[in-house]
Design a protein around this ligand. Structure first.
Ligand SMILES: [Zn+2]
Length: 382
């Protein structure tokens, strides 16, 4: 029999917070979890994503249903560490809150999944079905890890997916997609006293971006949960001398997509509009630097209903069920699944705390989610 004490739960979270898994260092987290699983006889597999980045996958139980549980191992940079009240990589408790980079997003959720896997296995609680633990790499930078898991078939037999991202009193069952584009415009340099001798790279790019901004942000299509697609041009670079016509301009932009107006359609629109401009003399070129589709699932899946009930019991809070503008690894993990696939994002910590200085998770909620996860898995695997 194994029952993790509160001290043990804090110790393990604190060990994992101490691993600086900011960019390309998730392997240390993966090795830590792998060793911990091994202590309790759970075999896990390192799934390489790049030379230095890895995912970790482990199954307990057998047969169906297959419950997929997932969390990312990377954290965002702490920024200026002097702005933190205490060292971001040392877990510290103050006023019932556990402080440290990644406590909220999302090591508290991840550790709970690990501990639940171990207790279920050790106490032989899982009578039916499989729990597939999928710890990913690089979620914060385009989801390379989750893409790999999808490509290698780890999602093929999965019946439920839940991502333990911080959401606290809310279950997220649908979210927007995210698309990044890098656009370049090539012209010909000239002295600004004789612009006709060259071709100003800025002008067509400005017109191009504004035309697409109007088309996309002005589009009427609306998802019942996620609302409308939004696009923002976020970076624009061109020119280096006030009296020279620039021969190059470049911009980057981000689009938050919905199922009714998806990533492929947006990319197609950017390409077609570029063709039109290029026929008129411009040289506009498009590169898709990230494309994560939106996720749309049922608000009334067995998983969501059960999570709502169990969540309320352990948190003492009314749990709301919503859509979100943010993306998760589910964008990749659910590729090819239909709209009724049961998905949710539900984890300890508040969404708004993610990526903040003095990031924290409430200790009580960290513990409560352990119980929530355990009951939920047992409820789903019945
Ligand atoms: Zn996250």
């Amino acid at each position: 029999m194994k029952h993790f004490t509160e001290d043990e739960k804090i110790k393990i979270l604190s060990d994992i917070i101490a691993i600086k898994s900011v960019n390309e260092n998730e392997i240390e987290v993966a090795n830590y979890i792998k060793d911990l699983f091994a202590e309790y006889g759970i075999e896990s597999k390192i799934v390489p994503v790049t030379d230095s980045r890895v995912n970790l996958v482990a199954d307990i139980g057998s047969g169906s249903p297959v419950i997929g549980v997932s969390g990312h191992m990377d954290v965002v940079s702490p920024g200026d560490e002097n702005e933190w009240t205490s060292d971001p990589f040392t877990l510290i408790e103050r006023d019932g809150k556990l402080y440290g980079r990644g406590t909220d997003d999302m090591k508290a959720g991840l550790v709970n999944l690990v501990l639940v896997m171990i207790e279920l296995k050790e106490n032989n609680k899982l009578k039916n079905g499989t729990v597939r633990f999928m710890a990913t790499t690089g979620e914060e930078v385009g989801g390379a890890g989750s893409k790999k898991l999808y490509e290698e078939g780890y999602m093929d037999d999965v019946n439920y997916l839940w991502v333990a991202e911080p959401s606290h009193d809310t279950i997220i069952y649908s979210h927007k997609g995210s698309l990044n584009l890098h656009i370049t415009s090539i012209g010909e340099a000239a002295h600004s006293s004789m612009p006709e001798q060259g071709y100003n790279a800025i002008n067509p790019l400005m017109k191009y971006l504004l035309e697409l901004d109007e088309k996309l942000n002005g589009d009427d299509r609306k998802n019942e949960v996620l609302g409308k697609l939004v696009m923002s041009t976020t970076i624009f670079n061109a020119g280096n001398q006030v009296n020279s016509v620039p021969d190059k301009a470049a911009a980057e932009l981000n689009v938050r997509t919905i199922p009714e107006f998806d990533n492929d359609e947006v990319i197609d629109l950017f390409n077609k509009t570029a063709d039109k401009f290029n026929k008129e003399g411009a040289h506009i070129d498009i590169e898709v630097t990230m494309s994560l589709p939106s996720v749309f699932s049922s608000k009334h899946s067995k998983m969501v209903n059960l999570a709502k009930e169990i969540g309320k019991k352990h948190l003492g809070l009314e749990i709301s069920v919503k859509g979100s503008p943010g993306v998760t690894d589910a964008s990749n993990l659910l590729r090819g699944k239909d709209d009724n696939f049961p998905f949710m994002m539900f984890g300890p910590g508040e969404t708004k705390m993610a990526h903040k200085t003095d990031e924290y998770v409430y200790k009580d909620y960290y513990f409560a989610f352990f119980d929530i996860y355990k009951e939920l898995i047992l409820g789903l695997s019945k």
